[in-house]
Design a protein around this ligand. Structure first.
Ligand code: ADP
Ligand code: MG
Length: 494
């Protein structure tokens, strides 16, 4: 972790700053724009107070310099006051600028033949990384991979995924505490490996990034962290095999202080990659390096993963992220609404916390949409606008309402007998509520028209269709009737 060559220590700092700048840019311009123009930027060198960033084509270079040049300079200066200029060039194999790692590390005895994809990432994030060779000269597949891998340097860590941005509650407090502990004191007894598991969207990736941020943000004794998804791990491994550079792949991986692999379940059925991971894992643990792994299940439930690997994974600290509770969802919403700077009534937050129970990602998505809508139209967020804006999301979460419940509620509301929902009586006092129930069944459930018809005394689907259009028409004409139906819908939805 320590080195005798002081200039090498700068390396992870620059890489971290660069990662942060890219993260910020991405957040500012949005995913699509970022991917289109900025993703292929490569940090190519540092010369005095000038940093060089390269892009693969002249067109991209021109575009990025004119549109984003100033912003890039500003971001660099904010990150690192020592940097005064940003030079944006066309780069790649012919780039006259020496590779960053090369310019900062003492040359090794042997210049490498080829640069495997993994090298770029590790080289930039590890103070221990070796020499950086010339870019590969391989065929088209290679070139593609290189661009891809370089651009991956881009978004290793999401700037929003920090400990400060993580809301702690009963379901995640243990996992949170473990993550914090590892971030403070990596490789401590009993916490290595740290295995985080839980369902989709419950915060596994968020906690892993938070650990990585914390460790790489340290000013003293910087730690080299390699974070990647299991999928990326496999992809890199395969690329290394193809380019006959598995030795370098291994060396690079083994030179890190903290290795984090996200979504390990992806390795199920990928035997060779599993094997490789197992060896890397053992090596690092023996060297006293920290491993953090996440998956959707506990180690013992990861069927299809080699037994010995599962055993080793369960040897350190295993922490699960439980499904969220209403209280946690509400706290998360409050925190995120406050951060977005948009006033959202408590009623709306409660409604969302109550409705969207699946996972935090969806909850966040719903809130983001509300906020975007409010900003765009300059309208305050209300329960009404919430219904309007989130119509589709809410509908997807309303599948649980059954036709029976609808019939019961509607019959109660209009004071008719439940049996009249399926009786043949045609008196308006009975027929109208029946039509309302059919209308609501269509709106609130995913049942088809024939299915709904069957539940209403084996009526034909055209009868249901007629009921739907009749109720819609009446709602448009008669405000009181519309309110009535709306009220019923709310009652059934809550
Ligand atoms: P996972 O990796 O478990 O599928 P993520 O870590 O990607 O889930 O989380 C999904 C989204 O929900 C992210 O935007 C994350 O920031 C957010 N999130 C999850 N849990 C929390 C929490 N406790 N506090 C704040 N945000 C959270
Ligand atoms: Mg994840």
């Amino acid at each position: 972790m320590t080195t005798t060559e002081p200039e090498i220590v700068e390396l992870p700092q620059l890489a971290v700053q660069w990662a942060r700048i890219r993260g910020r840019l991405q957040a500012e311009v949005g995913e699509v724009e970022y991917r289109t123009w900025l993703r292929q930027m490569t940090l190519a060198g540092l010369d005095g107070d000038e940093i060089t960033v390269t892009l693969p084509t002249r067109f991209l270079r021109d575009w990025v310099s004119t549109r984003y040049g100033d912003r890039l300079s500003a971001l660099w200066q904010a990150e690192n006051p020592a940097i005064r200029r940003v030079d944006i060039r066309v780069g790649g194999a012919a780039s006259p600028v020496p590779a960053l790692a090369e310019s900062l590390t003492a040359p090794r005895e042997q210049p490498s033949r080829e640069e495997p994809p993994i090298r770029a990432e590790i080289a930039l994030s590890s103070p221990l990384s070796g020499h950086a060779g010339a870019p590969p000269i391989g065929g088209p597949a290679w070139a593609e991979e290189r661009v891809e891998s370089r651009s991956d340097l881009a978004a290793p860590l999401d700037p929003r995924f920090t400990f400060e941005g993580f809301v702690v509650g009963k379901p995640n407090e243990f996992a949170y505490a473990c993550a914090r502990r590892v971030a403070e004191r990596p490789s401590s007894q009993g916490f290595n490996p740290l295995f985080l598991y839980g369902g989709v969207g419950l915060g596994k990736t968020h906690l892993m990034h938070a650990i990585a941020w914390e460790l790489t943000d340290r000013t003293t004794n910087p730690v080299s962290v390699a974070y990647m998804s299991a999928e990326k791990f496999m992809y890199r491994f395969i690329a290394a095999i193809r380019s006959q550079s598995t030795m370098e792949f291994k060396e690079n991986l083994r030179s890190v202080d903290v290795l984090m692999i996200d979504d390990l379940q992806f390795l199920i059925g990928k035997d060779n990659t599993q094997e490789e991971f197992f060896h890397t894992f053992n090596y690092l643990v023996e060297q006293g390096k920290q491993i953090v792994v996440s998956a959707d299940k506990s180690p013992s439930d990861l069927n299809g993963l080699e037994h010995r690997l599962r055993t080793r994974l369960g040897c350190g600290m295993v922490a699960d992220l439980h499904s969220t509770t209403y209280e946690l969802r509400l706290s998360i919403l409050e925190a995120k609404a406050a951060r977005a700077g948009v006033e959202v009534p408590v009623k709306v937050l409660e409604f969302l916390a109550h409705k969207i129970t699946s996972n935090v990602r969806e909850l966040e998505g719903a809130l983001n949409r509300l906020v975007a809508h409010a900003n765009l139209f300059g309208r305050p967020v209300t329960l009404e606008t919430t219904h309007e804006v989130l119509h589709d999301i809410l509908k997807a979460h309303d599948r649980r309402v059954t036709i029976e419940e609808i019939q019961k509620k509607v019959a109660e509301h209009y004071s008719i007998r439940l049996t009249d929902m399926s009786s043949a009586r045609r008196a308006r006092a009975v027929a109208r509520p029946r039509q309302v129930a059919m209308f609501l069944a269509k709106q609130l459930t995913s049942r088809s028209l024939p299915e709904i018809g069957r539940k209403f005394g084996n009526r034909d689907h055209t009868t249901v269709m007629h009921a739907v259009s009749r109720v819609t028409e009446l709602m448009e004409r008669d405000g009181t009737f519309a309110e009535d139906v709306e009220l019923l819908r709310r009652l059934l939805e809550s």
